[in-house]
Design a protein around this ligand. Structure first.
Ligand code: FES
Length: 316
């Protein structure tokens, strides 16, 4: 949730860094310092199209005088990323909300960073931070081709044998096999950012790991509200209130409109902030946080849907 007022920033530079991917450097009007952030943080930008989009920060967040982001032009998007590419140039001004972080680095002795495509952006910030602090890590960077893999040359030369770059040519049959990394649960913390199939695969192979060790980030909103989404009812057992969740609303939005305050951050099913207790009813889970053993007792209200009446409450 964004409570702060947006900053008015200027595009200091715009550079093509891969096929359909541009890097933007954002600076304050007077070149002064900007609010700090930790690795994994993102900014929310009001795109020229008028929609808001979240982009991970690539640069270091200590006393920054710039924010560096990379934007992939999504050809099937509703216009947000396309307008960033087509309508912004060096010198353009934009509104940017200060950094937030729904993908923070936990303290760990070792990290495994997994990125797919443009999901490399928060991973790059995290890996650079680990180099500075002397922490151990490995990176697996999956992409369709070298041309579409932003920063792959820099990453290969900078991180050497700590990085595996896997190019699959867009063929699901050639997708990277993560299993060897997950056979035996360990104290490693895994950070995964990328397209949904990649995150689903990592979630599947890590099911026997402690859930606190597996972290996901997804900026593409999960289709909590799809074209064919059906309405259903939600009862909050502690107050007895019943809400109708329309096909074009999430449970989170419905509760908020009814005056029920629910914490949230990513609103895409990947951070765990909006977790609530499932008391009864059938839920269609669409998050990347819960394990299958938790499905019967919890849900993420930003993305999950119900079938009929479901009863939920805050977890104590
Ligand atoms: S707000 Fe992040 S999982 Fe719902």
């Amino acid at each position: 949730m964004i409570d702060d007022k947006p900053l008015r920033l200027v595009i200091a530079s715009k550079t093509v860094v891969a096929e359909d991917i541009c890097e933007f450097t954002l600076a304050s009007m007077d070149g002064g310092s900007l609010p700090e952030f930790d690795p994994g943080a993102h900014v929310t930008i009001e795109t020229p199209h008028g929609s808001s989009r979240r982009y991970s920060l690539i640069n270091a967040g200590v006393a920054p005088n710039k924010y560096v982001i990379a934007v992939k032009k999504e050809l099937n998007s509703r216009g947000g990323s396309r307008s960033m590419h087509d309508n912004l140039q060096a010198g353009s001004e934009i509104s940017v909300w200060p950094p937030e972080n729904s993908f923070p680095l936990a303290d760990a002795s070792r990290y495994l960073f997994i990125a797919g495509g443009i999901g490399i952006t928060p991973i790059l910030a995290m890996a650079n931070h680990c180099v500075e602090t002397g922490q151990e890590f490995d990176i697996i960077y999956c992409a369709r081709s070298a041309e579409s893999a932003a920063y792959h040359e820099t990453i290969a030369s900078q991180f050497g044998d700590r990085v595996i770059i896997h190019l699959d040519g867009g063929d699901p049959e050639k997708a990277y096999d993560f299993w060897d990394w997950f056979v035996t649960p360990s104290n490693v913390h895994v950070y995964c950012c990328g397209p949904k199939p990649l995150m689903e695969e990592v979630k599947a192979v890590s099911g026997h790991w402690p859930s606190k060790n597996i972290h996901f980030e997804d900026f593409k909103p999960v289709e909590a509200v799809g074209q064919d989404a059906e309405a259903f009812e939600v009862r909050l057992t502690s107050t007895g209130q019943t809400f109708q969740v329309e096909g074009n609303q999430s449970i989170l939005e419905t509760l908020r409109s009814g005056g029920v305050r629910v914490p949230s951050s990513c609103e895409s099913g990947s951070c765990g902030s909006c977790r609530m207790k499932l008391v009864s009813g059938k839920v269609i889970h669409r998050d990347f946080v819960l394990t299958s053993s938790e499905y019967a007792s919890a849900l993420m209200v930003c993305v999950s849907r119900g079938d009929g009446l479901i009863e939920i409450d805050f977890e104590s």
